[in-house]
Design a protein around this ligand. Structure first.
Ligand code: NAD
Length: 355
């Protein structure tokens, strides 16, 4: 199994180094025979090749079994004509990674201000209010006059239906409950269609309970009683915002893992950004990226029906839970370790597992 590894910007190189150590440990332990192909994207690629991502890199990723993408300094990348392409958008769009699956749960040993919970946000990833990805050419944000901007939002039945199906399939394997989050009171057509498609897919999953929440009220519900949610499905921007909230409610944004999944390809990617405020200080929490790697291995295992990958994925989560409980983690989650030592300790924990 071959994974392409792109460390990214800011805290990317340090969190990816810790993640690679963990991937190597599970590969050894579970005989995964993982081959990691290290390359660059973001600022380093811009310096080397004049673009944050290149067609050659895309071809390499398409030929591999999965991609680990580090956090990117997307806010720095303003002008595609100068090679400043948002790498997240690039891979999500080019590989048609339509479902961004972002679990969040409380962890023993990590202080959190809410009751215990375990939920997953399933976010549509390829259209919505994201001006850089929802039309075939150019952007969908326009400067009408120097004082007027119009931003277009695209919602299609196909994209609603396919992300809904991902959410219901996931709920079927979990606590069988899907919450649809929308703003159909204002975005009557677009979010109306989103609800319609989710409810249409729901008919194929009669044992899954379904409810609906307006996104603003959802913020209150999820802070007040996150334990009532299992799988939450929503459009792109709402999911982006909501999943940072649920990750932080779990104890830290640094615990928010995610996988971007399509029919053919998948990309593990931390929920957070490049965190320039803490980059290079060995204090960033690597668990978000490590848990994303675990989700990618799970996707690879399910797809190839190879349970070694599923077991390896589960072992990472189990060992991560033990590590945070024992304080073998960074300071944001109550530990005392640096980024590198957190990765090393977790790799050692995995290596010492009895099979
Ligand atoms: P951010 O997610 O990078 O950081 C938000 C806050 O959370 C900061 O205080 C940061 O220190 C903290 N934080 C983030 N990750 C952490 C970790 N692993 N451990 C401990 N603390 C962590 O958001 P930002 O500062 O608004 O954005 C920085 C850059 O990242 C921008 O260029 C933005 O566009 C980009 N970004 C990229 C992605 C991505 O690549 N998927 C996602 C969000 C933001």
């Amino acid at each position: 199994m071959k994974l392409v590894v792109l460390p990214g910007d800011g805290i990317g190189p340090e969190t990816m180094a810790a993640t690679v150590e963990v991937l190597e440990a599970v590969s050894h332990k579970f005989d995964l025979n993982l081959s990691l192909d290290h390359d660059v994207a973001g600022h380093e690629s811009l310096r080397k090749y004049g673009a944050t991502v290149t067609p050659e890199l895309l071809a390499k990723v398409k030929a591999a079994d999965g991609l680990m993408l580090g956090p990117m300094a997307t806010y720095d990348f303003k002008d595609e004509a100068k090679g400043e392409i948002n790498p997240s958008k690039f891979f999500r769009k080019e590989l048609d990674l339509f479902a961004n699956i972002r679990p969040a749960r409380t962890w023993a040993g990590v202080p959190h201000k809410v009751d215990d919970f375990d939920l997953v946000v399933v976010r549509e990833n390829t259209e919505g209010f994201y001006a850089d990805r929802n039309i075939a050419s150019g952007g969908s944000e326009m400067l009408i006059t120097s004082d007027v901007v119009v931003s277009l939002r695209r919602i299609t039945r196909e994209c609603c239906a396919r992300v809904a199906r991902s959410a219901f399939e996931l709920a079927q394997r979990r606590r069988k409950h899907v919450s649809i989050v929308h703003k159909a009171n204002v975005l009557k057509l677009g979010d109306g269609m989103f609800i319609e498609e989710c409810q249409r897919v729901a008919k194929d999953f009669p044992e899954v309970e379904v409810d609906e929440f307006i996104v603003d009220a959802m913020m209150a519900h999820v802070v007040r009683a996150p334990q009532r949610f299992d799988v939450i499905v929503t459009t792109n921007m709402f999911g982006d915002i909501l999943s940072d909230l649920t990750a932080e409610l779990s104890g830290s944004l640094g615990l928010g893992g995610s996988v971007n999944a399509g029919q053919q390809y998948a990309m593990g990617q931390a929920a957070h950004g490049s965190a320039p405020d803490i980059a290079g200080q060995d204090i960033a929490n690597p668990f978000s990226l490590i848990l994303s790697a675990s989700q990618l291995l799970n996707w690879c295992g399910q797809r190839s029906n190879d349970m070694r990958f599923v077991r390896a994925s589960e072992a990472i989560v189990t060992c991560a839970a033990q590590a945070v409980e024992h304080g073998e983690a960074t300071r944001d989650v109550g530990g005392q370790l640096g980024t590198a030592a957190t990765g090393r300790k977790l790799a050692q924990r995995i290596a010492s597992l009895t099979r």
